[in-house]
Ligand binder design. Structure first.
Ligand SMILES: [Zn+2]
Length: 241
């Protein structure tokens, strides 16, 4: 237990238009294949890149005010996260040590949040402000578990579905813990049913699995086994992911 508590990770927010463009480019190129995981930015012509870049530049320029508010909110949040040792709690919950010393978070033009190229991106849109804590915890869990996930990826029948469900279950679990102990009255991240119509009828069972399995690896294996045993068709699978 002590091992998980002693590792100090530095969490910082940066405002960087060109770094945030990396995610925008990925999203724009892959938007036809939502949710576009694991696909490469292949064969992009200079003209296409120019068009995407100029669209991005004007979108960024038109949203200056929201972007800087988002930056300030995230800075305030990461300051409080350091104090509340949420990073240590995450490795206690996942049973995976942080493998990096520094994590950078960027306000970006995107839907919700994402971990891409070992950086965390969160949408600058106002609608998300109340969910920043849960979104950040969710992306931090992805960040913390990513290399372990890659290791067991092939053992899983529904790797991306199981990874997402497991991350949501762990996020909710951590938020329940925080509500009871450290931070009170913050927005809870609900299991995203909208995104997962395929999961209708399975939510209760999955929440139960989340309660009894205490670390990332055990939980993801249990979730994957459940999906395999319940004729689950897969959300990501239909996109070939
Ligand atoms: Zn996720």
């Amino acid at each position: 237990m002590l091992l998980y508590l002693l590792y100090i990770v530095n969490l910082q927010v940066r405002l960087d238009k060109s770094v945030a463009f990396q995610l925008y480019l990925r999203d724009t190129l892959k938007s036809k294949k939502w949710p576009w995981l694991n696909r490469k930015n292949a064969n992009i012509s200079t003209t296409t890149l120019k068009i995407i870049r100029s669209k991005y530049n004007s979108e960024w320029l038109n949203n200056q005010k929201d972007i800087s508010i988002s930056f300030q909110k995230l800075e305030g949040l990461t300051e409080s996260i350091k104090n509340e040792t949420i990073l240590n709690l995450i490795s206690n919950f996942t049973k995976i040590n942080w493998k990096v010393k520094k994590i950078l978070v960027f306000p970006a033009i995107c839907v919700g949040g994402a971990v891409f190229k070992r950086k965390i991106f969160l949408s600058f849109e106002e609608d998300y402000f109340n969910y920043y804590l849960s979104m950040l915890i969710h992306e931090l869990i992805h960040f913390n578990t990513d290399s372990d996930f890659q290791k067991i990826h092939r053992e899983l029948k529904f790797p991306n579905d199981s990874n997402e469900i497991t991350t949501v279950l762990l996020t909710n679990k951590l938020l329940v813990f925080l509500n009871k102990s450290v931070i009170k009255k913050h927005a809870m991240q609900k299991f995203s049913i909208d995104q997962y119509k395929e999961l209708a009828g399975h939510i209760k069972a999955l929440n139960r699995i989340g309660k009894v399995n205490n670390d990332f690896k055990k939980l993801i294996l249990a979730v994957d086994l459940y999906l395999s045993n319940h004729k689950y068709k897969g959300y990501y699978k239909k996109y070939g992911l």
